[in-house]
Design a protein around this ligand. Structure first.
Ligand SMILES: [Cu+2]
Length: 311
């Protein structure tokens, strides 16, 4: 195939690919680019910043590639100079080391600032709520310590209120991800990690397990339904009055490998979440202890000392 034909075919391929990406971004296919809360928005800002900074390198490199290929190509009558003898070029060295160093510096500062900011509630003037999340084989259990109810495979939250998700796993390590509300965080057996998320407006946001955990993994999808506070309170009351209680035996059933539909529970055994974390090793990060009652701290304190994380 002639080079010219190849190039013109490639041009069409890239145009179509680019158009596909650009156009589908509008109808919610790329949910990460369509955040619905303050955490997701700050993370999108980081994505945009890193894309722009990376393009500062990529665009000139692609243009130069194009120029050099055209200029120095071995073709009849090419008058471009041929200079095989050279040592180094200080100006060029400074440019191609200096620019990436500056870019990494800017990226590092902004990433660190955002990461630390996101370990706190997104807004400070609204009382947050806590939801304990347990990833199971192959379902999600949500417990509301403030409301004393529990749900499986769906979670309702008040809109405009910071939600402190406390995450663990009673199955393999998974990852809790609601792309429109913010980045993913791991669920690990024996540990409780926190993730602050917030939905600005009522709506239904897709959540998923972002870490492969076996056969039923693809069914670990759920929806986060954000409602006005009064609707949320009404929903809590409705669950309390109509749903069955989650018993210890019921929880044992949930831990068995299986896929299930959505479920609601009017109550759950006291300290179930803390018992799950402790059962699997009970290592709490020091910064997690604010979320746990005193009697829930791990029996095995040596494990925590050995961990030396966040001290
Ligand atoms: Cu861990």
């Amino acid at each position: 195939m002639k080079l010219r034909t190849l190039l013109s075919r490639m041009k069409w391929f890239f145009t179509v690919a680019l158009a596909t990406v650009m156009l589908t971004g509008c109808n919610g296919q790329f949910v990460v680019l369509d955040p619905k809360g303050p955490v997701g928005k700050q993370e999108l800002d980081l994505i945009i910043l890193s894309t722009v900074l990376t393009l500062i390198v990529i665009i000139p490199v692609l243009i130069m590639l194009w120029i050099f290929v055209a200029k120095y190509r071995d073709k009849p009558g090419n008058k471009a100079p041929y200079k095989p003898e050279w040592e180094d070029n200080k100006t060029l060295e400074i440019i191609w080391w200096g620019i990436p160093i500056v870019i990494i510096g800017i990226l590092g500062v902004y990433t660190a600032k955002t990461t630390f900011a996101l370990t706190k509630p997104p807004v400070q003037n609204v009382a947050p709520i806590t939801i304990q999340v347990t990833s199971l084989d192959w379902k999600w259990l949500f417990q509301y310590p403030g409301q004393k109810i529990a749900t499986v495979n769906y979670v309702e939250i008040p809109a405009g209120v910071p939600v402190n998700f406390v995450l663990t796993s009673d199955a393999p390590v998974n990852s809790f991800w609601v792309p429109q509300l913010g980045g993913q965080e791991y669920t690990m057996p024996g540990m409780a990690l926190t993730l602050w998320l917030q939905a600005d407006k009522p709506g239904s946001y897709l959540g998923m397990g972002a870490n492969f955990t076996g056969e039923g993994f693809a069914h670990m999808r759920f929806h986060v339904i954000a409602k006005p506070q009064s609707d949320f309170n009404a929903w809590v009351n409705h669950v309390k009055q109509t749903a069955p209680a989650l018993t210890k035996a019921g929880y044992q059933n949930l831990t068995q490998p299986s896929v299930t539909d959505q479920m609601s529970f009017s109550s759950y055994p006291d300290g179930l979440f803390e018992a799950t974390v402790n059962k699997n090793g009970g290592i709490y990060m020091p910064m997690q202890q604010g979320n746990m009652k005193k009697e829930d701290t791990p029996a095995d304190n040596n494990a925590m000392k050995n961990m030396k994380m966040g001290q």
